[in-house]
Design a protein around this ligand. Structure first.
Ligand code: TTP
Ligand code: MG
Length: 391
């Protein structure tokens, strides 16, 4: 039975103390490479840039970590630490595919999944464990399923807030599971160096060290006043996390499915040329939104609503993701004609038109020297933030 006094209404969907799981894949990019190229298993594998150039290490296998290699180190330095290491260029599409599979699986446990990057996510399982199921058992099941279904290993941490769940997943890496129950939170934190805490970066570590504060236990001895005097609002956060207090909710973000726009007309359109011109203007808007959101998509769709409210969509999928207005526009005549000829009642008078691009991927739009937009794949998940399709 739930104790009513512990029911939190602040997030509307959770229970106190909360049960939070943090899942983080082990050596993610490198693990995908080792899975896909069995010859790399057991080898020091480095995914990243060219060691002969100015590349950096994106990540490396645990075999390579034994040589002191880590993310963000220059590839040249990594090579000097481990001359036998195998260097591989990133294959973002493969990592994204694995990520999609993993995030989809996590969402089969609860909709309260907050992805932080391609390879990690928080789950709030407070409600689904209210029947007595142990969060630890859910975490164990998640790890087994990830291994079984993707051939990759994940580490998981279970605790009563995000701060501790994330520290817990790191604690037994790789291929580990660690639980920090509420009564153990304070002790767990006490001996950690302050730099392990969320939001305490290198500059803060230095400032704290100057105040004689190195461990979380030291931090706990500082008064709230002295911390806020020194760090402003962040000081309050430091004061609280030193005591294991972190109220940040798990914020599920819906995956953006499409970027589109549509218009309803005061007077129905009859002329196909006018419809086409209108659709092309809409394609310009969609292209601008795609570029602002740093997204591209493989599928272009046209939506037509006829005089009698019958609504038809027709879409075309490309081999490559597109984002330019001209590329979107090129599909419009064919799609419009298909849609117009689809009216069951044989009507060609139209009250609404829409254009949307779906099958989205994240891109970074960089204007290169040639003035061409080049697509640089970016790690990260796609989230719906402000989709407005005009409805
Ligand atoms: P991490 O989870 O930080 O690292 P990891 O999964 O490789 O290793 P582990 O979690 O076991 O410590 O990052 C996930 C992926 O993000 C990583 O595989 C590659 C990419 N990445 C970069 O491209 N650059 C970086 O600086 C970091 C930290 C990660
Ligand atoms: Mg990871």
């Amino acid at each position: 039975m739930l104790d009513r006094n512990h029911l939190s209404t602040s997030y509307g969907h959770t229970v106190e103390p909360r049960k939070i799981i943090h899942v983080d894949m082990d050596a993610f990019f490198a693990a995908v490479e080792q899975r896909d190229h069995p010859g790399l298993q057991g080898q020091p594998v480095i995914v990243g840039g060219d060691p002969a150039g100015r590349g950096v290490v994106a990540t490396c296998s645990y075999e390579a970590r034994r040589f002191g290699i880590h993310s963000a180190m220059t590839a040249a330095r990594a090579k000097s630490l481990c001359p036998n290491a195998i260097f591989i260029r990133p294959r973002m599409e493969a990592y994204r595919e694995a990520s999609r599979q993993i995030m989809g699986m996590l969402r089969s446990y609860t909709s309260l999944v907050e992805p932080l990057s391609l390879d990690e996510a928080f789950l709030d399982v407070s409600v689904i464990t209210a029947n007595g199921t142990l969060a630890m058992d859910i975490a164990r099941d998640i790890r087994q399923r990830i291994k079984h279904e993707t051939g990759l290993t994940a580490s998981a941490g279970v605790s009563y807030n995000k701060l501790l769940a994330k520290l817990a997943s790191d604690w037994r890496k790789p291929d580990g599971l660690f639980v920090i129950p509420p009564e153990k939170g304070q002790d767990f934190l006490a001996s950690l160096p302050v730099g392990k805490l969320h939001g305490v970066g290198p500059a803060t570590v230095k400032k704290l060290a100057a105040m004689g504060i190195n461990t979380v236990l030291d931090l706990r001895s500082a008064s709230q006043e002295s911390l806020t005097a020194q760090f402003g609002k962040a000081g309050l956060w430091f004061y609280e996390i030193a005591r294991g207090i972190d109220r940040r909710p798990v914020q599920p973000r819906r995956q953006r499915k499409s970027v589109g726009t549509e218009r309803t007309f005061l007077e129905n359109l009859e002329d196909t040329e006018v419809m086409l011109t209108t659709l092309q203007q809409m394609a310009e808007q969609v292209a601008a939104r795609l570029q602002a959101l740093e997204l591209a998509g493989r599928t272009v769709g046209v939506k037509v609503r006829f005089l009698n409210f019958e609504t038809v969509t027709r879409a075309r999928t490309h081999a490559q993701a597109i984002w330019r207005a001209t590329d979107i526009s090129a599909c419009l005549p064919g799609l419009l004609e298909h849609a117009l000829s689809a009216s069951m009642a044989g009507i060609r008078s139209v009250r609404l038109l829409g254009v949307a691009v779906s099958g989205l991927t994240k891109i970074r739009a960089d204007l290169s020297a040639s003035g061409q937009l080049s697509l640089l794949e970016e790690s990260g998940t796609l989230h719906e933030t402000s989709f407005d399709d005009g409805r």
